[in-house]
Write a protein that binds this ligand. Structure first.
Ligand SMILES: Nc1ncnc2c1ncn2[C@@H]1O[C@H](COP(=O)(O)OP(=O)(O)OP(=O)(O)O)[C@@H](O)[C@H]1O
Ligand SMILES: [Mg+2]
Length: 455
């Protein structure tokens, strides 16, 4: 199951997590700095208190000094001794033992650690101590003062980010509504003016898609019109032939009529087959399977399937060069391509002619060539020969004009280039299909199904 994270959640996550991390670092850093500053400052105060007591003083005066020095905060422990007698203690219920070493020192008493400053002044021994825990508490207090504004910042971000996102996404909602409300025929582009910069690429992409859809729909309509037109002629012919058989005066006439009818039905069947192949290739987005296909096997099978046709015309047909050619692709589509090329070569070559099929391994490419000894295609017709329903003039061979268009479409889908040349040795046409070899650097990029569709 995929978890759907909304843009709002994503933004909040992206904002709050780094902010949280930064806050932790910031507060930790502040604590460390504060702790060092407090250490220094409080040491100064310990010494100040100890040195601030003059050598000759009455007991009562200590209390006044105490108030002055401690500023009401009970975080020091001041003790004064004369000889071994403790004469003053700033807090009645707390006291430290008297130390001997003058100056600063750290002492552990009852599990608590103290920073102590000791000074001998005339008859007095003055000792000022402060608990280290007290110092840490001070630093913590200062650092925690920063937390409150940070929490406020978090709340503001958490509240305002979703609002900002909602405002930003309003355009998207508007575009969705507009597209939703559209009739299937309205494929005019969206107006990108005034849309936010982030939305522009999306609007542009939708417009490109609408444009392609429009062109594809137009092509489909044209194809449907052409196909119906192409079907009308043979169907009218069939009708006529049926009438002729019905009205036949003799058995011989009827037999002839039926023969002609059979041939027409076969031709119409071929037309329907070619039409189906064309529309199937149009409908399929990309090459269905991309398994490694051995073209040699496909060519051999195609030669077997078309052998009766070649035999009927006494055409010498064969595979004259057989380098192994393996390409990624769809076996059925490649078979259709090979069948159409060899079918053309046999059909357009006069009786007793020759057809040579060959597979060549080139430098990073495989070439499939189908050469014949037929009339060839005049230079001026070669580009148009790949157009749907194009039929060359000047020959009587029956056909629908779809074979080369189908072959070209399949070649495109396999990143192969298809060209029409003069057959060097046989004198007729040479159709060359150049496949890239399946090496990482030359791996075929399967053609975008939308392009090339409008041949
Ligand atoms: N080997 C060839 N020799 C001479 N002309 C050819 C050859 N192959 C194709 N052509 C010419 O190109 C035209 C288009 O060929 P294409 O295969 O597309 O259609 P078709 O053969 O007429 O019909 P079908 O859809 O039944 O194949 C043909 O009508 C023919 O004029
Ligand atoms: Mg053909």
């Amino acid at each position: 199951m995929t978890v759907r994270v909304s843009i709002k959640q994503r933004l909040l996550l992206w904002l709050l997590v780094p902010l949280l991390g930064l806050s932790v670092v910031f507060i930790g850093g502040t604590y460390a700095v504060e702790r060092a500053a407090i250490e220094h400052y409080q040491d100064l105060r310990l010494r100040q208190i100890a040195t601030g007591i003059p050598p000759r003083l009455k007991t009562a005066d200590f209390r006044a000094i105490n108030v002055k020095l401690f500023h009401g905060r009970d975080d020091f422990l001041l003790q004064v001794w004369t000889g071994d007698r403790e004469i003053y203690r700033s807090t009645i219920d707390r006291g430290l033992p008297r130390f001997t070493q003058p100056g600063f020192g750290i002492r552990s008493i009852g599990g608590e650690r103290w920073k102590v400053y000791l000074r001998h002044a005339g008859p007095y021994t003055i000792q000022v101590g402060q608990s280290l825990e007290e110092r840490s508490a001070l630093a913590r207090e200062r650092a925690l003062h920063l937390v409150a504004p940070l929490i406020l910042l978090f709340v503001v971000i958490a509240l305002f980010t979703p609002l900002a996102v909602t405002a930003g996404l309003r355009t998207l909602h508007r575009i969705s509504r507009e597209l939703d409300a559209r009739h299937i025929d309205r494929l005019n582009p969206l107006d990108p003016t005034g849309e936010p910069a982030e939305i522009q690429p999306l609007v542009q992409a939708i417009n490109t898609l609408l444009n392609r859809l429009g062109r594809a729909a137009g092509a489909q309509q044209r194809f449907l019109a052409d196909a119906s037109h192409e079907l009308r002629t043979p169907l009218a012919g069939l009708q006529l032939q049926v009438q002729m058989v019905e009205q036949a005066g003799s058995d011989a006439e009827r037999r002839n009529g039926l023969e002609a009818l059979k041939a027409s039905v076969k031709r119409t069947g071929r037309l329907v087959e070619q039409l189906l192949a064309t529309s199937r290739l149009d409908a399929e987005g990309s090459v269905a399977s991309r398994g490694p296909i051995t073209i040699n096997t496909i060519v051999r099978e195609a030669l077997v399937r078309l052998d009766p046709l070649a035999q009927a015309k006494r055409i010498d047909i064969g595979l004259v060069h057989d380098d192994e050619a393996v390409v990624p692709g769809d076996g059925d589509e490649l078979m259709l391509l090979v069948l159409n090329l060899i079918d053309n070569a046999i059909r357009y070559t006069p009786v007793g002619g020759q057809v040579d099929v060959a597979l060549w391994r080139g430098n990073g490419t495989f070439d499939l060539t189908v050469e014949d000894s037929g009339p060839g295609i005049p230079q001026a017709e070669r580009t148009r020969a790949f157009d749907r329903f194009f039929r060359g003039a000047g020959h009587t061979v029956a056909g629908s004009g779809l074979g080369l268009a189908i072959a070209k479409r399949i070649a495109d889908r396999h990143a192969a280039a298809i060209t029409l040349e003069d057959a060097a040795s046989l004198g007729g046409l040479c159709v060359r299909v150049r496949f890239p070899q399946d090496r990482p650097s030359t791996r075929p990029q399967f053609a975008d199904p939308e392009q090339n569709r409008l041949a």
